[in-house]
Design a protein around this ligand. Structure first.
Ligand SMILES: Cc1cc2nc3c(=O)[nH]c(=O)nc-3n(C[C@H](O)[C@H](O)[C@H](O)COP(=O)(O)OP(=O)(O)OC[C@H]3O[C@@H](n4cnc5c(N)ncnc54)[C@H](O)[C@@H]3O)c2cc1C
Length: 526
C-alpha cells in the first residue's frame, strides 16, 4: 500500500479562521492543505465589518487594499450602532459611532462583509502556496509522536493524509474538538434568533442616520420599544436589510409564518411593502473551549470559542487566531522553534477569547436582550481596548519583566511597551509608522544613540547567525518611541512576527541578552 500524501499542515474548514491560518502560513513560506466540506465558500450572510486590528494583520497578509476595495466607498464615522425605540428614531443611545482609531493604528475599519472577505483570503492563500479542497471533510484523525493521520472523505471516498499538525477551524460545532475530548465552558446556548433578510424602501425612515439609506454607512439599530424588541441592520446592498427578532428560548416552528408581516410589526411600519429574500434561524451561544491545543491539534476561530455577534468581534477574532497561530506553527514546522512553542497558543489566545466572550455577552445584554441579565455581566470595554488593549499576560512566548502586574488589559491610548503587549504605533518622520515594520519576521527596534558603531545591529546579526533566525533591525529616531515603548537611550525592543513585544532592553546592547530572549521566545533554551 502506498504511503499517504504528507503535508506540513491540514486545516479543517474554509471560513475566516481556516483561510486566515492558511494565508498567514503562506506568508511564512509554509503551504497548507485546507479542506472544506462544502462545495464552495459559505454564502450565508454573517459578519460585516473588519476592525482595524484585523486590518493590520490583513495588510501583513497583502490583502488590506483588496478588502477596502471590496467594501467600496467609506469614510471615518460610517459605522453607526445605535439603540432606538423605533427605526425612524429618535436614537436613544449611540453604542459605536466610528471604529477608526487614528491614535492607535494606521489602519481603518473596513465595512467588508464576511462574504466579501473570505474569497479574498482564499485567493491569497492559494497565491501563497495553499491548496483548498472543497467538498472534502475531515472524518477523524489519529496522532502519534511523528504526526497526525487525517482521514478525509471526498465524494463518498475516504483517504488519508499525513500532516505535522491539524488545525481545527471547523466552526462552533467542531467535530475535531469533540474527537479531541475538549469540552466547552461558558454560558452555553443563550437562545435562538430568527433572521429575516428583505428588500424595502426605507429612505424616509433612515433619513436621520445620514448616508445609511444609500448604503454609504453601515447601521445596526437595536430596537427596544416595549413588546417589539429586535435588531435592524443594513447589508451593504442599498435597499436590502436584515431584521433579527429577539431571542427565543427554543428553536421556533415557523411553518406557514408571514415573515413580511413580522418585519412590518417588528419595525412598527404597518404599511411597508416588504419583499422577503431569505429567512434563517441562528443559535446564539457564548462558550470557550477548555483548551486550544490537544497535542498536534490546534483550535482556532469558532471551534475555539463562540460568542454572540453583538460587538462584532467573533469573526475578527477568528481572523486574528489564524494570524497569531501561523508564525508559531511555521517556526515549529521549519525547525526554527521548539514544539512546545505551540502550547503558548492556548496560553495566549484563550484568555483573550474569554475576555471577548464576556464582552460580547455584556453587549448583548445591555444593547438588545436585558432579559438575559443575571448579575454576572462584565463592565463593557470600548472597542479600541477590546481590539488593541489585550496582553499575553502569563505563560506566553515572551520574556516577562520583573514587576509585570500580569494585567490582561491595558489602555491602548497609554501603551507601556511591556513584553506581552502589542508593539505600540508610532508615526515616523517619513510618513510611515512602526506598525509597517512588523509582520514578516522578528524585528529589533533601537535608537540612533545606541552607539556610533551600530552595536545593536551587530548584536542582532550575530544572534541571528547563532540562532538561525533572521532579525531585521530598524533604527528609530523619534522621541515618541522612547515614551511609548518605555525604553531609554541605547535601549532596544524585540518584536515578534505578530507585532507583539517579546523583550526589551532599557539599557545598552547585549548580544547575550538578545540571544537569550530569542531562545526563550522560540522555546529553544535547552
Ligand atoms: C448571524 C451572525 C452574525 C454575525 N455577525 C458578526 C459580525 O458582525 N462580526 C463578527 O466579527 N462576527 C460575526 N459573526 C461571527 C462570525 O460569523 C464567526 O465568528 C465566524 O464565521 C467564525 O469563523 P470560523 O472560520 O471559525 O468558522 P465558520 O465560519 O463556521 O467556518 C467553519 C467551516 O468549517 C467547515 N467544516 C466544518 N466541519 C468540517 C469538517 N469536518 N471538515 C471540513 N470542513 C468542515 C464548515 O463547513 C465551515 O465552512 C456572526 C455570526 C452569525 C451567525
Amino acid at each position: 500500500m502506498s504511503s499517504p500524501e504528507r503535508v506540513p499542515v491540514v486545516i479543517a474548514g474554509a471560513g475566516f479562521a481556516g483561510l486566515s491560518t492558511a494565508m498567514f502560513l503562506g506568508t511564512h513560506g509554509v503551504p497548507a492543505l485546507v479542506v472544506e466540506r462544502h462545495p464552495g465558500l459559505a454564502e450565508e450572510i454573517k459578519a460585516r465589518g473588519v476592525f482595524p486590528h484585523a486590518m493590520e494583520a490583513l495588510r501583513i497578509g497583502g490583502v488590506a487594499d483588496r478588502v477596502h476595495a471590496a467594501a467600496g466607498w467609506r469614510s471615518a464615522g460610517d459605522l453607526a450602532v445605535v439603540v432606538a425605540d423605533r427605526l425612524a428614531g429618535p436614537v436613544l443611545r449611540t453604542v459605536v459611532a466610528a471604529a477608526d482609531m487614528p491614535e492607535i493604528t494606521p489602519e481603518r475599519l473596513s465595512l467588508a462583509s464576511q462574504g466579501q472577505v473570505e474569497p479574498i483570503l482564499a485567493d491569497r492563500a492559494v497565491e501563497l502556496g495553499a491548496e483548498i479542497r472543497f467538498g472534502t471533510e475531515v472524518v477523524r484523525y489519529e496522532q502519534d509522536d511523528d504526526g497526525v493521520t487525517v482521514c478525509l472523505r471526498q465524494s463518498g471516498v475516504e483517504y488519508q493524509v499525513r500532516a505535522d499538525y491539524l488545525v481545527a477551524a471547523d466552526g462552533w460545532r467542531s467535530g475535531i474538538r469533540d474527537q479531541s475530548g475538549i469540552a466547552l465552558r461558558g454560558r452555553g446556548v443563550l437562545g435562538h434568533m430568527l433572521r429575516i433578510f428583505f428588500e424595502a424602501d426605507l429612505t424616509a425612515e433612515l433619513a436621520h442616520l445620514d448616508g445609511v439609506a444609500e448604503g454609504r454607512r453601515f447601521a445596526l439599530v437595536h430596537l427596544v420599544s416595549a413588546g417589539n424588541r429586535g435588531t435592524f441592520y443594513t447589508t451593504g446592498t442599498p435597499g436590502r436589510y436584515g431584521y433579527f427578532r429577539s431571542l427565543t428560548r427554543h428553536p421556533g416552528d415557523y411553518t406557514g409564518c408571514d415573515f413580511a408581516e413580522m418585519v412590518r410589526t417588528g419595525l412598527e411600519l404597518p404599511d411597508l411593502e416588504v419583499a422577503v429574500v431569505d429567512v434563517g434561524e441562528t443559535a446564539f451561544a457564548c462558550d470557550v473551549a477548555e483548551t486550544f491545543t490537544a497535542g498536534r491539534v490546534l483550535l482556532v476561530g469558532d471551534a475555539a470559542k463562540v460568542v454572540p455577534p453583538t460587538g462584532g468581534l467573533g469573526g475578527t477574532t477568528a481572523i486574528m487566531d489564524g494570524f497569531y497561530l501561523a508564525w508559531k506553527l511555521a517556526a515549529v514546522v521549519t525547525g526554527q522553534a521548539g514544539t512546545s512553542l505551540l502550547a503558548t497558543h492556548d496560553a495566549e489566545r484563550r484568555p483573550v477569547a474569554e475576555m471577548i466572550a464576556e464582552q460580547q455577552f455584556a453587549a448583548l445584554v445591555t444593547r438588545a436582550e436585558p432579559g438575559l441579565a443575571d448579575g454576572t455581566s462584565v463592565v463593557p470595554l470600548d472597542p479600541a481596548t477590546q481590539a488593541f488593549g489585550y496582553r499575553y499576560a502569563t505563560g506566553g512566548a515572551v520574556v516577562r519583566e520583573p514587576g509585570d502586574d500580569g494585567a490582561l488589559i491595558e489602555d491602548p491610548l497609554a501603551p507601556t511597551g511591556r513584553p506581552g503587549s502589542r508593539a505600540p504605533y508610532v508615526r515616523l518622520a517619513d510618513g510611515t509608522s512602526t506598525t509597517a515594520l512588523f509582520g514578516k519576521g522578528f524585528v529589533l527596534l533601537c535608537d540612533s544613540d545606541s552607539g556610533s558603531d551600530h552595536s545593536w545591529e551587530r548584536a542582532a546579526a550575530e544572534v541571528a547567525e547563532r540562532v538561525g533566525v533572521g532579525i531585521a533591525v530598524h533604527v528609530i529616531d523619534d522621541p515618541e518611541w522612547h515614551k511609548k515603548y518605555g525604553v531609554g537611550t541605547g535601549g532596544a525592543v524585540l518584536v515578534r512576527p505578530d507585532r507583539f513585544v517579546a523583550w526589551r532592553s532599557t539599557g545598552s546592547d547585549s548580544a547575550a541578552d538578545l540571544e537569550h530572549a530569542m531562545r526563550v521566545v522560540l522555546h529553544r533554551t535547552a
